[in-house]
Design a protein around this ligand. Structure first.
Ligand SMILES: [Zn+2]
Length: 124
């Protein structure tokens, strides 16, 4: 097995883990919809307040999930066009170990550190 094959099987693992994450979020979303449907008839006022809080929590979770789905789909479409694993900033190959730990990473470590360094741009 040459190194290119190792790399592509590693990336395949990453791709599969993204697909699993995506289906988990979609499943949760389906449960959330069912929950909304079955709890639609809260008549007591206190129940209604609790329900309100619950709804807000669910909505927050839901929006975060939407965002995760967006990132996952973006990563999956990069797999489709062969640009997955390339840094969006410098187009360098991102270390596959980093991708395995953070499949949604879009920057290589050097670029990420550049972006995260507080106030660094002020000195450039
Ligand atoms: Zn980079």
């Amino acid at each position: 097995m040459n190194s290119a094959e190792v790399l592509s099987s590693d990336l395949d693992l990453v791709r599969r883990s993204l697909l699993v994450q995506k289906s988990e979020i979609l499943n949760k979303h389906m449960e959330f919809k069912n929950l909304q449907h079955s709890s639609a008839k809260a008549t007591d006022e206190a129940d209604a307040v609790v329900q309100d809080l619950q709804d807000n929590l669910n909505i927050q979770l839901h929006e975060r999930d939407q965002f995760s789905l967006l990132l996952i789909d973006k990563a999956l479409s990069k797999f489709a066009d062969g640009t997955y694993g390339l840094c969006e900033c410098c187009a360098d190959v991102i270390d596959v170990r980093r991708l395995k730990a953070r499949p949604l990473a879009t920057l290589c470590i050097a670029c990420m550190e550049d972006q995260e360094a507080p106030g660094k741009h002020l000195f450039q």
